[in-house]
Design a protein around this ligand. Structure first.
Ligand SMILES: [Zn+2]
Length: 174
């Protein structure tokens, strides 16, 4: 693992502890950095820069590699979806829609990761988000809902089309 890779640093500095059957995760170099989850394959944390979003999460492959196998990618996406549904349900977030983006505009290209964030026209990266491919979208049909619906994007293109319809629907409602 290269020492100068910030994602490798997050992975190696994240500690897993088990207390009375409950898993806890934290950064041993900075307890203020929010770690949501870690297992043998992925680490899930809050990104350092929120870019004006209510919440911005990243799933990182635990090894320094540009590409990962398909089944691992599917695993990483299902894991971050599971975590994100909980995180975005927390009161401070209040987001009704979040997007798993592909890494087209990622600043770190050689370490596989995906960013998950709420969608809000007031945020700094909104224009960029509209140009990025989305892996999938999770949304609430009703504002008071705690259940998330997700687009099934077997192919990115049809997923995108559905995604934009949902985005328009949610924005019109607001
Ligand atoms: Zn790395």
């Amino acid at each position: 693992m290269p020492n100068d890779c910030p994602l490798c640093r997050i992975v190696t500095k994240t500690v897993r502890i088990n207390v009375l059957g409950m898993e806890f995760h934290y950064r041993n170099d900075d307890p203020n950095e929010m770690i949501f989850y870690k297992d043998d394959i992925v680490t899930i944390c809050r990104t350092k820069n929120l870019k004006g979003h209510k919440e911005r999460i990243m799933v990182i492959y635990n090894h320094h590699s540009r590409k990962i196998e398909d089944w691992m990618e599917r695993y990483a996406i299902s894991k971050v979806l599971e975590v994100a549904k909980q995180v975005f349900n927390q009161s401070h977030s209040l987001a009704e829609i979040f997007v798993v983006m592909d890494s087209t505009f990622a600043s770190i290209k050689d370490h596989w990761h995906l960013v998950v964030t709420d969608l809000d026209p007031k945020t700094l990266d909104f224009q960029q988000m509209m140009k990025t491919k989305w892996v999938l979208v999770a949304y609430k049909k009703d504002r008071k809902d705690t259940e998330w619906n997700t687009t099934e994007s077997s192919s990115l293109i049809s997923g995108m089309k559905k995604a934009y319809e949902i985005v328009q629907h949610v924005f019109q409602r607001n």
